[in-house]
Design a protein around this ligand. Structure first.
Ligand SMILES: O=C[C@H](O)[C@H](O)[C@H](O)COP(=O)(O)O
Length: 229
């Protein structure tokens, strides 16, 4: 089983948690893209009814629209039953790093409010501690990017402004902000770090998702494994 197969396997498994009449937070990224596709197939077959998706990004919104999953915005719903999303790192306590796709702020807004937050990863995302492999993406107000970059040196972080791939200059998020990727040595206390980073003036949100995930479905060569809080 390759990584792509593992992503598909967890995306299929996540459907077990979906029932009729649910409002579902639709995450961003390659793994959730499979989930949106499989969700749509169930809807088209009539196996799921009255499903509404709340997208966390334009990517999720466009995919849902293409696949025919009805979309609504957060302010049109009273509650989100389940949110499903990928992650960049998952530690043994189900703390996450997210934001490789620069969608972290809307992801956190929606997933924080979900009745159940289900994370879909392949086994390469499992780490012993956060920041083992990946930096923490931090969404910042553009005017503050340089000051924040310097302030992050207090944490011994190797931080850089994220640059566009098919765009000159920095990545601009869907909220009109910049992203700083900060590689810390090792995050000992994810919740503490998540809160501390958000106290820096100009920081909009950061990609540490501590104590939010309820279930993590992990695609492995032996099949899907479930981690639960
Ligand atoms: O901003 C992007 C997100 O946090 C993604 O959910 C995360 O990077 C995982 O994406 P993928 O499933 O493509 O690895």
């Amino acid at each position: 089983m390759n990584v792509e197969d593992m992503k598909k396997a967890v995306a299929k498994e996540a459907l077990r948690y979906i029932e009729d009449d649910m409002v579902i937070g639709l995450g961003t990224g390659s793994t959730t893209a499979y989930f949106i596709q499989f969700l749509s197939e169930k809807i088209q077959k009539g196996e799921l009814e009255e499903i509404y998706g709340v997208p966390t990004s334009y990517q999720a919104k466009i995919l849902a629209m293409e696949y025919g999953v009805p979309v609504v915005s957060l302010d049109q719903v009273d509650a989100i039953d389940v949110a499903v999303d990928g992650a960049d790192e998952v530690d043994p306590n189900l703390n996450l790093i997210k934001g490789r796709g620069a969608a972290l702020t809307m992801e956190k807004i929606i997933e924080y409010r979900a009745g159940t937050f289900i994370v879909l990863v392949d086994e390469t995302k499992l780490v012993d501690y956060l920041c083992q492999k990946m930096p923490v993406p931090i969404e910042v107000i553009p005017a503050a990017w340089k000051a924040i970059l310097e302030e992050l040196s207090i944490f011994n972080a190797e931080a850089e402004l994220r640059m566009g791939k098919k765009k000159d200059g920095p990545v601009v998020t869907e909220n009109g902000n910049f992203i700083i990727d900060a590689k810390f040595q090792r995050i000992e206390d994810p919740l503490d770090m998540e809160i501390e980073l958000n106290t820096i003036p100009g920081v909009v949100e950061n990609g540490i998702f501590a104590d939010i995930a309820d279930i993590v479905l992990v695609g492995t060569k032996e099949g899907v494994k479930k981690m639960e809080r």
